[in-house]
Design a protein around this ligand. Structure first.
Ligand code: G3H
Ligand code: ZN
Length: 299
């Protein structure tokens, strides 16, 4: 099947602007579900996410890491995601994933992102609070949401790498202070997930998650969610996770299909015949996640 959203805006006369993360999270709070936040770095993946959202009637966060922005170009990503949002009828948030410093965040704000993450988790608490608060002060008047991070999530996400010794779980009391002093809209927590492919089965610290939520009372974000069993994700959502980040599972679905198609047709010279099926495979993986997170049918 082709890319179904082509010409949707033309046919229906609908142009949906990008919305802020806060707006989408408020509805997720009311409904007790989590919004899927899917990483993109090329046109096919943006389309796969958009098409999945449209098919599942799900609000969606399309996010790009600094590595993705370097690879595809900031303006390309913004234009692709805007085009996607204008071609479907569900709310779309354009989010900067793991912004490492104020300069990167400012670039994203100027380019039209509607949500930014400032990942100050490598800093000591005081410094993390200071850098995150600065970002909130700039972003809030622009109507742009801010996600902060406390605790260190293990593994590799593009240009961010945290090994076993550096990783540590989020402290609930520190989280309470962090949220009160920064004013973030959402908080990424380290509770046992890791970026990338898991070696064994991840074990989440649900008691910690529950305590963090009790003390902060804001939407929590689960990073490194690829490879986490569905039941664990559902339980995390029941405890206050409202944004679930997925990157690796999209890459795996996409590339597995690329390999299969190349093996099947080694003489193929048209990239579309390889990338088209890969886009569909990614879309189906994303649709499945949306149903697990509970955001399907909410838009
Ligand atoms: O920030 C992005 C996510 O945390 C993605 O993690 O690649 O393990 O799905 P993942
Ligand atoms: Zn992450």
């Amino acid at each position: 099947m082709g890319f179904i959203t082509t010409d949707l805006d033309f046919k229906r006369g609908i142009r949906m602007p990008l919305v802020s993360l806060r707006e989408v999270l408020e509805r997720a709070e009311e409904g007790g579900y989590a919004v899927g936040a899917f990483n993109c770095n090329n046109m096919e993946i943006v389309q796969a996410i958009a098409e999945a959202a449209e098919m599942e009637r799900a609000p969606v966060v399309i996010q790009a890491s600094q590595g993705a922005l370097k690879y595809a170009g900031l303006n390309y990503i913004v234009s692709l995601v805007r085009a996607a949002a204008e071609s479907i009828r569900v709310p779309v948030v354009l989010h900067l994933d793991h912004g490492t410093d104020r300069e990167q965040v400012l670039k994203a704000l100027r380019a039209g992102f509607t949500s930014v993450m400032i990942d100050g988790s490598k800093y000591p608490l005081e410094e993390n609070i200071a850098v995150t608060r600065q970002v909130v002060e700039v972003a809030r008047p622009m109507g742009v949401s801010v996600e902060g991070e406390l605790g260190r999530i293990m593994g590799t996400e593009d240009n961010i790498q945290v090994d076993g010794q550096e990783a540590f779980f989020t402290d609930p009391e520190e989280a309470q202070r962090f949220v009160a002093e920064t004013g973030v809209d959402a908080l990424a927590v380290a509770v046992g997930t890791a970026h990338g492919v898991y070696k064994g089965e991840p074990r989440l610290d649900f008691d910690r998650l529950k305590r963090i939520r009790e003390l902060t009372r804001i939407p929590l974000v689960l990073h490194g969610s690829s490879g986490v069993p569905d039941e664990a994700i559902r339980r995390a959502v029941s405890l206050g996770v409202r944004k679930v980040n997925i990157d690796t599972d999209i890459r795996l679905a996409f590339l597995q299909k690329v390999r299969e198609e190349l093996d099947r047709r080694p003489e193929e010279i048209d990239p579309r015949r390889i990338l088209g099926p890969a886009r569909e495979a990614a879309r189906e993986a994303i649709r499945y996640k949306m149903r697990v997170f509970g955001c399907a049918g909410r838009a």
